[in-house]
Design a protein around this ligand. Sequence first.
Ligand code: DLL
Length: 432
Amino acid sequence: MQSSFWDPVETVSQDEMAALQAERLRDCLARMVVSVPFYREKLGAMGVEPEDIRSLDDLARLPFTVKQDMRDSYPYELFAVPMDDVVRIHASSGTTGKMTVVGYTVNDIALWADLAARSLSIAGVDQSDIIHVAYGYGLFTGGLGLHYGGERLGATVVPASTANMRRQIELAQDFGATVLCCTPSYSLFLGEQAAELDADLSKLRLGVFGAEPWSEEMRSEIEARFGITALDIYGLSEVIGPAVAMECQYKRGMHLAEDHFIPEVVDPATGEPLPNGEIGELVFTCTTKEALPLLRYRTGDLTRLERGRCLCGRTTIRMEKTLGRADDMLIIRGINVFPSQIEAELLRTDGLEPHYELLLERGESHMDDLTVRVEASEKLYRDSEDVGAVERKLAVTLQSRLGVGCRVEVVAPKQMPRSEGKAVRIVDNRRI
Ligand code: DLL
């Protein structure tokens, strides 16, 4: 094991892990029935007592928690501790409805810092690194999550946040950033501006990118542009924030902190658990957090899980790069596609930049019409005759590879919006 900060739990056998998880689950249920009326009522209605939980197989008998439950409990009703013990609040706005509010005790913040340090360590970060954190600081968990993790690890953290691109680049260059933490889409924006300013970011060696889906093709693009290794970090505020799962240098899926967050993959339609290796909706049971323990929280994210020792030596279960959220799946004339699949095809096409959006409109026959808008490279745009050819070719490729009929619109360089945080890929103009 190469890393400087690792927990022995990362290399235990599957049986040892399952025993630890079952014990923590029982303890968590015991706390919940005492402190959270929502869970007391749900478990009571199902006739489940904490001591009925003998092994992890009993997990499937427990009720799900969904985002709507969190919204209905706005702001604090799901908290398992009195507000006097809550020292931090984060919240995610989502696109519709009320915010989802999450709370942390002193111990929760310490756990989060430990897990974020573990994640950074899995990525190969150590004390000698200078971490430029360009995730947003605020109610979003990205900035503060990586910040505390970097400090816990003993690295040097630069809390750049997302504002002011010129300043951002000056900081990364002058302070000698070796690790960049931000969304993959923001890294592209930063790289583009750094090139325009002729900045020297040659000390950068690693990117810890997440908070939004990004394809393998996007990874290759970012790695080539910066000359770095780009690794995927996953998390969600409901569970803790970033550091739920992190890729190691072998890029064989993200190592999940399953000692704290028990993962399951279920059929998104029926909720039935699926065997490891099958794609479905990721569900987490958060057993160790004090302020906001959660039972079987449905993330909406689609992925698959894989067991087995990784080349890095860790035995923790790994989750594959997510396909995206079930809600983001487009149904175009009866065909299901994820934006990340379209992204992969765009990036395989010469002459296009990795900046795109997917425009949805209700066509005349009430079918969904998709327009893929993507930016041309300077070179392609100079030979404007080729733009039409690329549009036609890409439309044919998308039709044959993904089965999706769509219009492709290649726009002039720098015409697509650049994001400061999570990229907005879908513009939905369909009237309901
Ligand atoms: O995005 C936490 C985070 C911050 C993760 C920084 C990684 C880095 P939320 O704002 O609550 O939390 O959004 C959570 O973002 O359910 C996924 O749909 C998506 N997501 C997060 N990480 C990834 C990833 C943060 N690596 C939601 N790949 C999740 C794909 C991701 N999607």
